[in-house]
Design a protein around this ligand. Structure first.
Ligand code: SF4
Ligand code: SF4
Length: 291
């Protein structure tokens, strides 16, 4: 089962929940940090990193002597990453999405594949769990290409093993967030009971609903704010799987990059209960696959 832990906005406690579930999980597991713009799951899990590699994106390079200035590449690229301006074909590697379309349409074979560094992928183990993360290069604006390569690394390293996967997704509802949750079986939305939390939860629900995946909610900092989140979940028919109370010791554990149910054992039953509810989903998927 693949569980994506997401949130409509940052700072809701998504990584706190992800790290807690990884620490408690009772089945073979890989933890994947797909929040490549600001990965921080490793700060909590403190994985032993055993390997890494730079990640690159293929971008076009023009061979001026072969190019006839036909403009086909420029017409094709919707991102204006390659443009025929007068008699010059200009490329803008930072705007290129690496789709390879321009290389395919060029009738003169005047384009070849260069590369732009996206960032780094690292892997290893966190306790008994596998661990993979991506980290975007400072100044790099596009995270989905790196996220795709992190996911490819996951497939490459675990294709022969049956493991559950917990994904720490980027916050928000834009392309990176959708990219992170789209391959999951279940989406866990972490929110807080404030007007902002309710608003962003609604956005996340609307953004991810078309994917047709079951969603559950964790209410973090329960006890503050108002009832907006609860009312939304009731109206939308989303189950609240856990409520994490607003307590100083949880905030302290987070600030010290500690895994909450380990640093604060009194709160452990909340996370164990959450895990069991998620494992019920896991069983459901297992049975559905067999059927
Ligand atoms: S690879 Fe795709 S995005 Fe990049 S310049 Fe070519 S057509 Fe545009
Ligand atoms: S498609 Fe090829 S030949 Fe035409 S302008 Fe682009 S690089 Fe030049």
């Amino acid at each position: 089962m693949r569980l994506a832990i997401a949130s409509g906005k940052g700072g809701t406690g998504k990584t706190t929940v992800a790290a807690a579930l990884v620490s408690l999980w009772t089945h073979p597991l890989v933890a994947v940090d797909l929040d490549v713009e600001e990965p921080n799951l490793h700060l909590f899990l403190k994985p032993e990193i055993s390997g890494g590699q730079k990640a690159f994106l293929e971008v076009p390079v023009v061979n001026e002597t072969k190019c006839t200035r036909c403009g086909l590449c420029s017409d094709l690229c919707q991102f204006k990453a390659i443009s025929l301006l007068g008699d010059i074909v200009l490329t803008f590697p930072e705007m290129c999405h690496g789709c390879g379309g321009c290389l395919m349409v060029c009738p003169e074979d005047a384009l070849s594949a260069g590369s732009r560094e996206l960032g780094e992928i690292r892997w290893g183990t966190a306790g008994t769990a596998g661990f993979i993360m991506g980290e975007l290069r400072v100044g790099e604006a596009m995270s989905p290409p790196l996220m795709r390569q992190v996911k490819a690394k996951l497939e490459e390293r675990y294709k022969k093993e049956t493991v559950d996967v917990i994904i720490d997704a980027p916050p928000g509802v834009s392309c990176p967030a959708v990219n992170a949750v789209m391959d999951s079986d279940v989406i866990l939305l972490v929110t807080e009971p404030t007007p902002f939390g309710a608003y962003d939860l609604k956005l996340a629900y609307e953004a991810f609903s078309p994917l047709g995946k079951p969603m559950g909610v964790v209410v973090n900092r329960a006890g503050i704010g108002d009832r907006g989140v609860y009312e939304f979940c009731q109206n939308a028919g989303i189950e609240i799987l856990a409520e994490i109370p607003f307590e100083r010791r949880i905030a302290e554990a987070y600030c010290k990059a500690k895994i909450v149910p380990i640093a604060y054992p009194q709160i452990k039953p909340v996370f164990v209960g959450l895990m069991h509810k998620i494992l019920n989903w896991r069983q459901y998927f297992k049975e559905a696959c067999v059927a």
